[in-house]
Design a protein around this ligand. Structure first.
Ligand code: ADP
Ligand code: MG
Length: 224
């Protein structure tokens, strides 16, 4: 998928409470790109990722996936588009506590009325090293294992694009590094587009293209 972002802005509140969370962000994301976005807390990183993934709608600006303007879709159509084309990984994992790892992973398919591809689930579990953990509940797993389950869930519907919002932000530096290496590896093997938000310069440096965001202004880091 080719993603084209044109002058996306998001403004919250009015008058004294007005916050320009994102200020005319533009970029193109090609199929298979690995992009990192770094910025201080409150700079608009999550706002941008929520807009790119169709979790939220902008105040102004355009977003097209292969030429299709996704903000013209109804909420229902947009949800269906997201379920099929986009995987999202959250800092807090967002696993459902009463479901096993396997049930959590399969949830996006269930919501879409699709049959699980058992072979693909096995392949993902093996790639992520969670085969032995599938029958466990989230609280029986370490943070790193929970995030690996969440990565499998983001991939299970075979989306083209993965968005990750500080995926290692809740992990210690060792398991964070491991999770990021896995995510990078899985992305290469499965040929996915990956957009990662991070506070961690080491993670940002893994990407092919690096961006920063400061006070809602997005810029690509070029040169040395
Ligand atoms: P980051 O992810 O970089 O920490 P966010 O995108 O969450 O930053 O937030 C950017 C700015 O927008 C912040 O000033 C934040 O307070 C504000 N903001 C985010 N979401 C809302 C909201 N729903 N209502 C009002 N202001 C918001
Ligand atoms: Mg954030």
């Amino acid at each position: 998928m080719n993603i084209e972002v044109k002058e996306l802005s998001k403004i919250y509140g009015e008058g004294e409470n007005r916050v320009v969370a994102l200020n005319r962000a533009s970029l193109r994301i090609g199929q298979g790109d690995f992009i990192s976005i770094m910025g201080p807390s409150g700079s608009g990183k999550s706002t941008l990722l929520h807009l790119l993934s169709g979790l939220d709608r902008p105040t102004s600006g355009q977003l097209t996936y292969d030429g299709r303007n996704i903000y013209t879709l109804s909420d229902k159509e947009l949800s269906a588009f997201r379920r099929r084309s986009i995987g999202f990984i959250f800092q807090q994992f967002n696993l459902l506590p009463v479901l096993t790892a396997r049930e959590n992973i399969l949830m996006p398919l269930l919501l879409d009325g699709k049959q699980p591809d058992v072979g693909y689930l096995e392949q993902l579990s093996a790639l992520l090293g969670i085969q032995e953990r599938l029958a466990h509940l989230p609280h029986e797993l370490s943070g790193g294992q929970q995030q690996r389950v969440a990565i499998a869930r983001a991939l299970v519907a075979k989306p083209d694009v993965i968005f990750a919002d500080e995926p290692t932000g809740n992990l210690d530096s060792k398991s964070g590094g491991e999770v990021m290496e896995l995510l990078k590896d899985v992305r290469e093997r499965l040929e996915k587009t990956l957009v990662v938000i991070t506070h961690d310069a080491r993670i940002a440096a893994m990407a092919d293209r690096k961006f920063t965001i400061v006070d809602g202004v997005l810029s690509e880091v070029t040169g040395r």
